[in-house]
Design a protein around this ligand. Structure first.
Ligand SMILES: *Cc1c(COP(=O)(O)O)cnc(C)c1O
Length: 412
């Protein structure tokens, strides 16, 4: 006899509601990507699949703008990509400088400690970029630093740091670099080779708008050499680059773990979409919709957390107006408008909202819905705004941008 272990409620198939996703990730998934995911599963060593893996690596090199042979999607969310960098590059006793200006820098520190390394933390205020001078000072004081790690696009604050400059400084002091590009990839300019980044990881569910659970990574020759020189194997069996390479390397593919086959179909399709659109066009699209959203939010009287020059177009952190119940606003947006936006984290909890414009979610329908819904909810709660001003400002921004683009084409 079997036991049911079931509550009285009948459990039937699960169908999620259709939501508009404008939080810090996941972003909406393009229909073509969803369709690719539902195709029949095949074996992870099927020659047809192996050919697709090669294409995936090529497409990722394009997205990362790198020639690195060791470029592939790690099986797991962005956090796995992060951990893969640290467990392979940090040996017990190694000194690692971590620049922290938000949530994800904090996680990097945790990774260094768990690898037995010694973290040296360069702190910056949440909402401000990493200060290159502070990094240089820390390197001067710690010339034995092995690795410098920082987040390029801090999703918790919507702030972008100057990756090129930070990498340059780290290299001047002989340190390798680990760069978090989870929110950057596909959304804003990133040039792995030109900027000489050593190790970089990203995520599938932000500006690539693919299914969550995959982490594109890329490592240059310096990292490969470092891994080869290791005297003790990495503490992680699953993330050991030496072992993973047996499957993702170019020859004699052997079983390491079962690849997330259908997820990789989806990633392949999302990268084909990116290639069709063109990387620079994708970056420009994120900026276009950010400018319209910004015009609308500011017309409503809202202000940004981050200074304009450091702002991420794909993640808009906006201050919650005095006296507004921020959680109630988010709850109402979800229940009344099927719209998800993000809350503040850590010291910014209760103080900001985070509006994501990532990948497939970066489109004018979403910008207009968001402004309209937010205006409606805020007015309903007694906040003094005129409904419609935000939408008008956003339309105006789109119109100005179109006029500017037309002028540019005419002039060239
Ligand atoms: C989302 C995010 C991560 C973590 O990715 P998961 O897929 O949630 O594990 C890491 N770093 C940054 C900057 C992120 O935005």
């Amino acid at each position: 006899m079997t036991i049911q272990y079931l509550p009285p409620k009948k459990i039937s198939s699960f169908y999620p509601p259709q939501r508009t996703l404008m939080g810090p990730g996941p972003s909406e998934i393009a229909p073509r990507v969803l369709a690719a995911m539902s195709l029949p599963c095949i074996g992870y060593l099927d020659p047809v699949f192996v050919d697709m893996m090669d294409e995936l690596k090529m497409l990722l090199r394009y997205a990362f703008q790198t020639d690195n042979a060791l470029t592939f999607p790690a099986s797991g969310p962005g956090s796995v990509g992060m951990e893969m960098c640290f467990v392979n590059m940090v040996n017990p006793g190694d000194k690692v400088i971590v620049c922290r200006n938000g949530v994800f820098g904090g996680r990097m520190i945790e990774n260094v400690t768990r690898c037995g390394g010694t973290p040296v933390v360069v702190e910056d205020t949440w909402g401000e970029p990493v200060d290159p001078q502070k990094l240089e000072d820390a390197l001067k004081q710690n010339p034995d630093t092995k690795v410098v790690a920082f987040v390029h696009a801090e999703t918790s604050t919507g702030c972008m740091s100057d990756a090129k400059t930070l990498v340059e400084i780290a290299h001047r002091y002989g340190a390798l670099t680990i760069v978090d590009a989870v929110t950057q990839l596909g959304g804003s300019p990133l040039y792995v080779d030109e900027w000489d980044i050593d190790a970089i990881y990203s995520g599938s569910q932000k500006c690539l708008s693919c299914t969550p659970g995959l982490s594109p990574v890329s490592y240059n020759q310096r990292v490969v050499d470092l891994v080869k020189q290791r005297r003790t194997p990495s503490q992680s069996w699953f993330m050991d680059l030496d072992l993973v390479l047996g499957y993702w390397g170019s020859t004699n593919r052997t079983y390491h773990h079962t690849a997330p086959i259908n997820g990789l179909f989806a990633l392949h399709e999302s990268l084909v979409l990116l290639r069709e659109e063109g990387l620079e066009n994708a970056w420009a699209r994120h900026t276009r919709h950010y400018l319209a959203l910004k015009a609308g939010l500011e017309a409503m009287g809202l202000t940004y957390l981050v200074k304009e020059e450091y702002r991420l177009p794909q993640l808009n952190a906006v201050r919650v107006p005095e006296g507004v119940d921020e959680a109630k606003v988010r709850k109402t947006l979800l229940s009344e408008f099927n719209l998800e936006i993000g809350a503040g984290l850590g010291p910014l909890a209760g103080k900001i909202w985070r509006f994501g414009l990532m990948g497939y979610s970066a489109k004018s329908e979403n910008v207009m819905l968001c402004l309209s819904a937010l205006g409606s909810v805020l007015m309903d709660m007694g906040y003094p705004i005129k409904v419609g001003v935000a939408e008008a400002a956003a339309h105006q921004s789109y119109a100005e941008q179109h006029a500017q683009a037309a002028k540019k084409i005419k002039g060239s």
